[in-house]
Ligand binder design. Structure first.
Ligand code: ZN
Length: 466
């Protein structure tokens, strides 16, 4: 195990060594033709159970989502190693280390943002692309300081080091049981020679477009005092948008858009899951819930949708730009709503992702210069269960929701059974990768490691050939 973990955790060099069989991109004439773009769409916690549940509800089992039409696909093994030596392999990732592997090619431990288990910063695809003249951006329905966007924008030892007021030592207050003991945030403070909190690193970083939530973190006072993180960001050249109207009014230049204190509002609401209980003989004490329906969240329209933010980001990144751009788009609450066992919640956020896929695919067209990748950072708890069975083996365990499916007129039974606690947990399944466009460098192997996704993007942008 140690051999695998140490060979995989050496970041870029490791990722390159994994894919030595990929085409000789340096000889491909298309690499000289600008612009070249990468749009990476991450469904947080989006495994095939999530996709199937969303398809069944949104378009029916005989229907097709937009992601179903992406022409190239493979399976991606998620990679995690323990924080403590000898850094054995662990089998379930979180958004921090999963995002870090996608962003940097580095395999690291749960909770880490852009850092190795030795606490060294590892360059991410945004930094590599920006240094070579591309514009770069991040769009998320979470706080922009949340783990997935942070993995593309910052380097800290733990995901909770989001704002200057969050720089706790050791395991953060309120961290779930089992949270690995990490150096904490103190080494990341500027006074200790670090780069500061995630929000401060975004404010002083080089991203051109950053859209999502996070006013709670950007309203905090910077470590040196005297101003908020938002004021620092504006000093550094960001224009600020805090509503759909103010975002729409900005036509060019660098933009920081924050449309919620933290996570953006979700698209759908619906019935809460029912906890199944049993007597000592195993007989169900709880009847199955009656089938319910998803409803549009009436407050959703007060924030820009993921598609609206993505459309704006592409326009800002591509306008008068012959070099190209890198854009990461995250549908964050596919994961967050599954944690909370809200079936309509994660189905609605899958619909948001699917709207983005439709728009991005139309933007990319048949141009191989734009590589579109849809993948996930890790699996989630959602399971599509057998509605045909009743009693005995048909009695589900854990939490259950039943939904009337609009297209099929059937009942969709969704179960969650990873935890008795207040939240469900991630699972260790391989995750999908679905691809549109791209050059021969976007060669898709039948089976991939998560670090291969970074390599694919880096090769398409020709940024890892120093
Ligand atoms: Zn999660």
């Amino acid at each position: 195990m140690k051999t695998l973990s140490t060979s995989l955790c050496t970041a870029v060099a490791c990722a390159c060594s994994i894919a030595v069989s990929t085409p000789a991109h340096g000889k491909d004439p298309r690499f000289t033709l600008p612009p070249r773009n990468v749009i990476l769409i991450i469904g947080d916690g989006m495994d095939y159970q999530q996709i199937t549940a969303a398809r069944n509800y949104l378009v029916g089992a005989f229907g097709q989502l937009n992601i179903d039409s992406l022409p190239k696909r493979s399976a991606v093994q998620v990679l995690t190693i323990d924080e403590a030596p000898p850094h054995n392999v662990a089998y379930v990732a979180d958004s921090a280390n999963g995002g870090t592997t996608l962003a940097t090619g580095t395999v690291t431990s749960a909770g880490r943002i852009g850092t190795t288990v030795e606490d060294a910063d590892t360059p991410n695809i945004l930094e590599l692309a920006k240094a070579r003249g591309y514009r770069v951006g991040v769009v998320t329905s979470a706080s922009v300081t949340d783990a997935t966007p942070a993995a593309f924008l910052a380097h800290v030892s733990f995901r909770s080091c989001e704002g200057p007021a969050d720089m706790y030592p050791g395991v953060p207050p309120g961290a779930p049981p089992g949270t690995p003991s990490l150096p904490g945030c103190l080494p990341d403070q500027k006074a200790a020679g670090g780069k500061g909190s995630i929000a401060e690193q975004i404010a002083t970083g080089k991203a051109d477009v950053v859209l999502g939530g996070g006013t709670g973190k950007f309203g905090q006072t910077v470590e040196e005092g005297g101003k908020t993180v938002l004021q620092l960001a504006m000093e550094k050249g960001f224009q600020y948008a805090n509503s759909p109207a103010t975002l729409n009014a900005i036509q060019s230049g660098r933009v920081l858009g924050l449309f919620a204190g933290s996570t953006l509002l979700v698209k759908f609401t619906g019935p809460t899951a029912t906890k199944m209980t049993f007597d000592s003989a195993g007989n169900a004490l709880t009847p199955l819930p009656e089938p319910g329906n998803c409803s549009s969240n009436p407050t959703f329209a007060t924030v820009p949708s993921l598609a609206v933010m993505t459309d704006k980001a592409i326009k800002l990144l591509s306008r008068n730009n012959q070099r190209g751009f890198f854009l990461m788009v995250e549908s964050a609450s596919v994961d967050k709503q599954a944690h909370a066992r809200n079936a309509c919640g994660h189905i609605g956020e899958m619909q948001q992702l699917d709207e983005v896929v439709e728009m991005v695919r139309a933007y990319a067209g048949d141009d191989p210069g734009t590589l579109v990748i849809v993948t996930a950072d890790h699996g989630q708890a959602v399971q599509v269960l057998n509605e045909a069975r009743a009693g005995g083996s048909g009695t589900p365990m854990g939490y259950v929701t039943r939904l009337n499916t609009p297209s099929d007129g059937s009942v969709l039974r969704i179960g969650y059974a990873t935890s008795h606690g207040p939240q469900e947990d991630h699972t260790g399944t391989e995750v999908p990768i679905l691809i549109h466009g791209g050059s021969p460098a976007a060669f898709v192997k039948p089976f991939m490691w998560q670090s291969d996704v970074f390599l694919m993007m880096a090769k398409h942008l020709n940024v890892n050939l120093d």
